[in-house]
Design a protein. Structure first.
Length: 188
């Protein structure tokens, strides 16, 4: 007869997410996970398969936590202003949830998988980035005076600016972050 789980899955996944968020996939050891999650390796493997499975669950948990911010962007009708507000909201999300100074989970961990052989996680990361890129592009298209090429260029620029913002949010002051966002949108 299998043993009954003696932990709350959502709680341990959130704890794992915090470790991956700060230390990255490679920098998070099984020992760190055991200590933070309060469960042993056997329970981790039995519940999630392996470290990759736990990371995937952590990534899914993260996506659920940012869904409200993405949905606000998706529903907005004020084009570039909506994207600008999304930038502010994404920084505010980190502060509101007590995760400030860590930047963005995806931005922090994506570089580990961009050249990785781990195709499954790489595909999940790319899918998340493609969704964000599509949302930005849709909002830029609300300005019908922009050419298709300009929209593509501005979309790429804003996606990279979002990555920069996520990295800057780890170390820069609130004033510097505000100035960065305002300057980013000055000519959009």
């Amino acid at each position: 007869m299998p043993r009954k789980k003696e932990f709350n899955t959502a709680n341990v996944v959130e704890k794992a997410m915090q470790l991956f968020w700060v230390h990255g996939y490679k920098g998070t050891s099984m020992q760190m996970l055991e200590k933070e999650m309060g469960i042993n390796k056997f329970s981790i493997y039995a519940s999630f398969g392996n470290k990759q499975g736990l990371f995937f669950e952590s990534f899914n948990y993260y996506k659920k936590t940012v869904d409200a911010t993405l949905n606000t962007l998706k529903k907005a009708s004020n084009g570039p202003e909506a994207i600008k507000q999304f930038f502010y909201n994404s920084v505010g999300f980190n502060a509101m949830t007590g995760h400030d100074r860590k930047g963005c989970f995806v931005t922090n961990t994506y570089p580990e998988f961009s050249e990785s052989e781990d195709k499954f996680i790489k595909e999940q990361m790319l899918s998340f980035m493609d969704t964000l890129k599509l949302l930005i592009s849709e909002k830029l298209k609300t300005n019908q005076t922009k050419s298709k090429e300009t929209i593509i260029q501005q979309t790429n620029f804003l996606l990279l600016a979002k990555h920069g913002l996520a990295a800057a949010a780890r170390v820069n002051s609130t004033k510097e972050i505000k100035d960065y966002i305002e300057m980013t949108f000055k000519n959009i």
